[in-house]
Ligand binder design. Structure first.
Ligand code: NDP
Length: 385
């Protein structure tokens, strides 16, 4: 059996752990080259030992010594810092899982892309903040990008890339998050604990809050625009509270192709890990008789303004999605830390967007500059809330 070499950027997170769960079920099929984390030394060290990796990399340099001590005598090389993350992505693993959360994942993801690796992309924020530029890098370096986000993974499975003009539209399904039945008054009072308790998916804190505001679906709309050959107005969003249909492609002949499954990220991850083959997963099998019904409804634009903001940013193009993403990252963190209320997340993003004149995004240095500038503006706005 051929052994696949893999690196996981963000191995201690929800996607990272699910990826290692799949690898651990068939360990002789994989050789794990490098694992990375931000600050979670305990989990990273335990993963590194279990999977006998060559490199364990911690982004926060203050954690270096602790990781070094934890891996003393194992022979595992320990590195730290931003450049070390980029170096880890450059090591010769043929498959790289990009599962760092936020724009912080852009540099390492680009490092893997620039050596033409096969990159399983979970880190949607990097595609939102640097979309066209990142896709140019993918093309230029002949890298392979495999979508991990369950919606994009679903579309990837049923999209006819050979005949893209036969596609009428793509429809991203959204669970609607935990507050779908809440009134605006109730939403104003929700706590971070309520917001991270997603009804269907077990995910990291940031994406869980994004799901609750539905900014997640807005980010996914921008992500879909870059991943698939469709126009902006060919991307639709529908709420499907059971999260069984992960997304669909409507063709001009009236056929609609969807991918279905129980809400378990290991299905989407496995599709990218085994690609082009399919591999077994322990995910619960879909039983439609047990499920009995599938529901669908329109998102409420008043309760979920983040969707409108994301669509406007996509239409504006240039720096707008970069600003949207940066502002959202800052606002979500402020909400998680109890500094602003839930409804103020979208307000902070909207106010940030209004403070920038639209301008084209011409190079990656500009992404970092605009990202920094937008974060500073959002911090100020939050300070006044
Ligand atoms: P988590 O918060 O669970 O994990 C994030 C990972 O990134 C951790 O390993 C974390 O390390 C690391 N990390 C965080 N900040 C930094 C930083 N500044 N520099 C380097 N590494 C960092 O996130 P998820 O796994 O939930 O999500 C990861 C990405 O995948 C997100 O972009 C999300 O939108 C996307 N995604 C997630 C899904 C899910 O099911 N969770 C589904 C679809 C997409 P540490 O543990 O040390 O903090």
């Amino acid at each position: 059996m051929r052994v696949k070499t893999v690196t996981i950027l963000g191995s201690t997170g929800s996607v990272g752990c699910n990826t290692l769960d799949l690898i651990g079920r068939n360990p002789e099929a994989y050789d794990v080259v490098a694992l990375t984390a931000n600050r979670n030394v305990t989990e990273l060290a335990s993963q590194a030992i279990k999977f006998n990796v060559q490199y364990a990399v911690i982004a926060d340099e203050d954690c270096y010594q602790e990781l070094k001590d934890a891996l003393n005598g194992t022979g595992i090389k320990v590195t730290a810092g931003q450049q070390a993350l980029n170096d880890a992505a450059q090591l010769s693993a043929e498959w790289v899982m990009a599962s760092i959360v936020g724009a912080a994942g852009l540099g390492p993801t680009l490092s893997a892309i620039r050596r033409g690796a096969t990159v399983a992309l979970a880190n949607k924020e990097c595609l939102v903040c640097a979309g066209d530029l990142m896709m140019q890098e993918v093309k230029h370096h002949k890298a392979t990008l495999l979508p991990v986000d369950s919606e994009h993974n679903a579309i990837f499975q049923v999209f006819d890339f050979e005949r893209a003009d036969s596609v009428d539209c793509i429809t991203l399904t959204a669970s609607g998050g935990p507050f779908i039945k809440f009134s605006l008054e109730e939403m104003a009072e929700v706590t971070p604990e309520q917001a991270v308790a997603h009804p269907n998916w077990d995910m990291g804190a940031k994406i869980s809050v994004d799901s609750a505001t539905m900014m997640n679906k807005g980010l996914e709309m921008i992500e879909a625009y870059h991943l698939f050959p469709v126009h902006q107005d060919q991307i639709e969003i529908i709420i499907h509270p059971q999260s069984i249909i992960h997304s669909m492609v409507s063709y001009k002949d009236g056929s609609v192709l969807a991918q279905l499954g129980t809400p378990d990220m290991r299905i989407a991850i496995s599709y990218t890990l085994g690609w082009p083959a399919r591999i077994d997963t322990p995910a619960k099998k879909l039983d439609l008789k047990e499920l009995k019904r599938l529901d669908f409804l329109e998102p409420d634009p008043v309760k979920f303004p983040a969707l409108r903001l994301a669509r406007e940013a996509l239409h504006m193009g240039g720096t707008a999605p970069t600003i949207l993403n940066a502002a959202n990252e800052v606002a979500v963190l402020a909400f998680l830390e109890g500094r602003i209320g839930f409804l103020n997340i979208a307000r902070a993003v909207e106010e940030t967007l209004t403070q920038f004149a639209p301008s084209p995004l011409t190079c990656l240095e500009m992404v970092h500059a605009i990202d920094d500038e937008a974060r500073a503006v959002t911090q100020k706005i939050i300070g006044r809330m």
